[in-house]
Design a protein around this ligand. Structure first.
Ligand SMILES: [Zn+2]
Length: 219
């Protein structure tokens, strides 16, 4: 099945939105627009943008400032995508300015948002999940230590590539990000709620149950 649809998936760290984004991308042949991955890849580059991002994200442990995000990253990246395929937005919008930016920008590239899913989990659960998470190098499969693999295991059970812990996945930094998110996502959710666009999903269910629930909304 192939559909040229555009979806936003939201939810706190550890809500499993990345996993759901990948499942939807496979099912509907969507391009994943995942700002976290884009930023981490750019931060490794030996360029002015790369060095600045590396300093902001890894030295200061801060959120990337909006103007920089908008001008240096979002505008460029959206234009590089295949115009004939849909997009799943994961990790954007994170603030109201960003939601308004997409609202103005997407029609100019012939797109509109068809669905917005918000996966909810309690804060404690989020911190717990992220602090015990590892990712694999090849596919960034998120793996929960103690559930998906043991502490000693070094290979991804899905694809066999090596696993690692993200350096900003400490409980302190996770809590920092969550608090920032909560404060900034509130107006974003209100913004889309006013448009009647938010579909809320209970993130405590299994991956399969969440996927089925999401799919039941896509017509
Ligand atoms: Zn893997």
């Amino acid at each position: 099945m192939k559909k040229n649809i555009n979806i936003i998936i939201m939810g706190p760290q550890g809500s499993g939105k990345g996993t759901q984004a990948r499942l939807l991308a496979e099912k509907f042949d969507l391009q994943i627009f995942e700002t976290g991955t884009i930023l981490r890849a750019l931060a490794k580059e030996d360029s002015e943008i790369g060095r600045k991002l590396d300093y902001i994200m890894h030295v200061k442990g801060d959120i990337v400032p909006w103007d920089f995000m908008k001008e240096k990253i979002l505008r460029q990246k959206i234009d590089q995508l295949d115009k004939d395929r849909g997009i799943i937005f994961d990790g954007t919008p994170r603030i109201l300015d960003e939601a308004e930016f997409w609202n103005a920008k997407l029609p100019s590239v012939g797109r509109k948002i068809d669905y917005i899913f918000c996966i909810d989990i309690p804060k404690e659960e989020s911190v717990k999940r992220i602090s015990s998470r590892k990712l694999c190098k090849e596919n960034s499969h998120p793996l929960i230590v103690g559930k998906d693999l043991s502490e000693e295991e070094t290979k991804c059970p899905i694809c066999g590539s090596e696993v690692y812990r993200r350096e900003d996945d400490t409980p302190e930094k996770v809590l920092n990000r969550l608090q920032w998110n909560e404060k900034n996502m509130k107006p974003v959710i209100e913004y889309y709620d006013k448009k009647g666009m938010i579909i809320r999903i209970d993130g405590k269910k299994t991956i399969k149950e969440i996927q089925n629930e999401i799919l039941s909304y896509i017509k």
